[in-house]
Write a protein that binds this ligand. Sequence first.
Ligand SMILES: Nc1ncnc2c1ncn2[C@@H]1O[C@H](COP(=O)(O)OP(=O)(O)OP(=O)(O)O)[C@@H](O)[C@H]1O
Length: 385
Amino acid sequence: MIRFENVTKRYPDGTVAVEGLSLEVAEGELVTLVGPSGCGKTTTMKMVNRLIEPTQGRILVAGEDIAGVEPVELRRRMGYVIQQTGLFPHRTVLDNTATVPHLLGWPKARRRERARELLDLVGLDPAVFGDRYPDQLSGGQRQRVGVARALAADPPVLLMDEPFGAVDPVVREHLQTEFLRLQSRLHKTVLFVTHDIEEAVRLGDRIAVYGEGRIEQFDRPATVLGAPASPYVADFVGADRGLKRLSVTPIEPGDLEEPPTVHLSDRLDKAARRMAAAGARWAVVLDDADELHGWVSAGVVEAQEGTVAHHARRMEAWLPLGSSLKQAFSTMLQHDAGWIAVLDGDRFVGVLTPSRLHAALRRSIDADAREVGRTEVELESIESS
Ligand SMILES: Nc1ncnc2c1ncn2[C@@H]1O[C@H](COP(=O)(O)OP(=O)(O)OP(=O)(O)O)[C@@H](O)[C@H]1O
C-alpha cells in the first residue's frame, strides 16, 4: 500500500536524513518507525504526504507514484496526526473534527453527523465535548480529537507522528489501547513514528528500527525482541527485551494445561473420582452452560458429600485466548494465583501455569530463530534444558 523504493533525502545543507530507504507497508498493516532522535523518522513520514520531497527514489501509494499526485489531493487521502495536534484554537471540537469533510465540500448536516460519530468512536461524548474549544480539553482529549479529525473522511492511510508523545505515561497507555481497538475495526494502513520502543512493539504489526538514516531491522516485534539483527538493535531495544517480549507474545491453545473439569451440579464422589483418575489435586468447575465458574480442590471433595456447587470457589483470574503472556503474568501476580484460566469467548479452553508460561516464551524464541510456527517446537526441548 505504501512502498518506498530506494528513497534518499538530502537537505540543502548537505544533511542526509534518509539514505537508500526501501520499505513496504501492506494494506491494513500498522508499521511503527522507531529510533533515536534525529535518525530520519519524521523525514520518512513527511515524504509520504509530500510535505518533504525526496532527493532520490520514489514512493508509491496504492501502486501510484506520488510524485505525480497533487499534494493537496494526496493529503486528502491520508489522515495525519501529529504530537502538537494542530487543532484550530478558535474552532470547536466538532468543527475541528469536521475539517476535512468541510474541505471536501460535504453539506453541513452530513459533516456534523460524521464528526459526532467520530468523536464517539474515539471515546469523547459529542454532547459534552462537541462545543468546547481545544484549550478546554486535557492533553489526552486533544489527542483523541486529533485522531478523530484524521479519520473523518475515512482515508485508507493514516500517518501518525508521535501522536501520543505529549501525554503522561498512563494516558498514553490508555490512548494506545483505544487506538489498537479502533485499528482492529478499521484496518487502516498506518505509518506510526515513535521514539519509544515500548510503544513501537505494542502497536506495530511490524516495526522498523532506524539507525542513522537507514533501517537496521524491519520485522515483527517479537522477532526484533527475540532475535535482534545487530548489536545496535539489541542495544536499542534494551537489556530487558526478554521481558518486553512477554508483551507481544500471545497465549495460544498449545500453551495450556488441561486439568480435569467438573460441573457445579456434579456429585462430589464423581468429582473425586475424576480428579483421582487424572492424578490432579484440583479441578476446574464449569456451570451448566459450560462456562467457567471456578475451581474445587480434591481435599474438599474427598471429605464431603453433596454437589460441587457447595464447595466450588470462584475463579477471578482469567484471560481471553490471545492475551499477551505479560497480561497472564500480571494477572497471576495480581490474584496471587498459581494458574489462570483461559477462555475462548465464553468457552473454557485450559489453564496457564507459570512453568507453561515460561515454556511458551522459550518456545516462541526458538520458533523465531528457526522461522517455524510456535506449535511446531517440541516442548521436551525446553523442559529438559
Ligand atoms: N530542513 C532541514 N534541513 C536540514 N536538516 C534537517 C532538516 N530537517 C531535518 N533535518 C535533519 O535531518 C535528520 C533527520 O531528522 P528527522 O526530523 O527526520 O529525525 P527524527 O528521527 O524524526 O527525529 P526526532 O525523533 O527528534 O523527531 C536530523 O539530523 C535533522 O537535524
